[in-house]
Design a protein around this ligand. Sequence first.
Ligand SMILES: Nc1ncnc2c1ncn2[C@@H]1O[C@H](COP(=O)(O)OP(=O)(O)OP(=O)(O)O)[C@@H](O)[C@H]1O
Length: 532
Amino acid sequence: MHVDRSPAEPLAAPRGAEAEQGAPDRQPVVLARGVTKTYGRTRALAGVDLEVRAGEVLGLVGHNGAGKSTLMRVLAGLEACDEGTVAVRGRDASGEAGPRAAAFRGVRMAYQETSLCPDLTVAENIWVSSRHCLPRLRWRRAAGEAARRRLDEMFPGHKVTPRDRIEDLSLAQRQMVEIARASLVDRLDLLILDEPTESLGPDAARSLYDYVRALTARGVAVLLISHRIREVLSVADRVAVLRDGAVIAERPAAGLGEHDVLTLMGAQVAARTEDERVRAATAGSGDRPVTAELRGATGPGLRDVSVRVGAGEVVGLAGLAGQGQQEVLERLWHPVRRDTRVHGTRAYVPGDRQRSGVLPLWTVAENLIVTAMRGIARRGLRRPAEEGAVVRDWVERLAVRGGPDAAMTELSGGNQQKVIVARAFASAAEIVLLDDPFRGVDVHTKTDLYRLIRQEAARGRSVVWYSSENAEMVHCDRVYVLRAGQVVAELTGEEISEERIIAVSFAEVGGVTETGGAGAARSRDGGVPSHG
Ligand SMILES: Nc1ncnc2c1ncn2[C@@H]1O[C@H](COP(=O)(O)OP(=O)(O)OP(=O)(O)O)[C@@H](O)[C@H]1O
């Protein structure tokens, strides 16, 4: 089982000896005791005890819907708990929870989905969030300056200006601004990072963790939530495991292995079998009928790209973020040009569920069935019983916590993403286009989804899959590695490995001689593109 993206280099500088022992003498910054929180029928937190200490990185892991985000909101004082106490710097602050609670002022949170207002500029967002520590006179300029300085410190090469509107930024840039926003406060005690690197490239992730180390050296506590277990183990001093709304283990990170953490999380950790690899290696694609094809496609973001997708084939689009992968998907989704041929109906799974994908006012069932219902209908009439059966089947297959009748907004981020994936596969689409679809999905569920993709391919569906996690590409039959809008390698079967993809992505183009790809080794620009 491939569980995590493994960056080419460790994400953080090694921990000090004190951290290795779990830093037992550090003062707690935030201390939660017996915290419970219930939403309607859902008991999100069932008596959490947790201590976050000054100068440490505490990693928090748990399955989708375990209660991580809820706990963070309670620790940050954004929501009151039903029972229990939350003390900040030794003082019980639970009674004061609320968006402007002074007791929680030093506890700041960077959200996974970002809390930024898309219509406002970077500077305006910073002002809204940090106005209590910015001057009122010439506030826009002051906020812009503060944002620029912090972004420079955290993410060198970010290419964001204070005047950019949030909606014009890439997902990675929005995430950078969100993290910078959270850190901008007069006195920072605890910085909570909710899956901060899901949208960041490896370079930006490394920069972030360098900054985190600098923060902890100054005594700030950092709480890191992530599904990337290896990343958590490489960055955190201690790890807390949340399971079904309770912290079931708190351990020093040193000495913990990925497998230990997964077991504590309750994942069924099967030893990694080679079956996907074998399937991929043996699933020859040459004789399949072609369902989709780009032939020398050129245009915005693409240069002479040729890509072939066979029936029942899983085709990966890999490489550094922003190298043309999404443009390929876009072409296949809207095949308006002559250089693109598509023979079959399509479904699209967006990775950016904030911008597109989730219909927030609808239930899980409605979100899930919206594409499939046309195929289920007879003579234009909907068939509720059949729709209900499809919904139940997918909710069960993907273990969507919350069930069919929950409102989409009641679901955890990972569970929302599962519904969007289920929507595409529940439809009758012959070609499923996946745009980095598994961000925020827990390790266990991801493994199920990889299996699902293979099963659906075995039934004859074609899948075109862009993933920012190169390790996921081993589940593909064929992988096109893109760079600067060109295909620089086409890998099949045993050739597909994370190491190979990384090597090809960074290689001097003159030296890239991976063969087979129609655009292989044609690129003439030798520069390594920036990303993240
Ligand atoms: N505002 C809400 N209304 C109703 N239910 C909610 C709400 N917020 C969270 N829940 C429920 O509480 C449970 C815990 O959700 P939470 O978002 O804290 O999980 P999580 O561990 O952060 O998951 P993920 O890894 O998917 O982000 C879930 O079952 C979720 O559906």
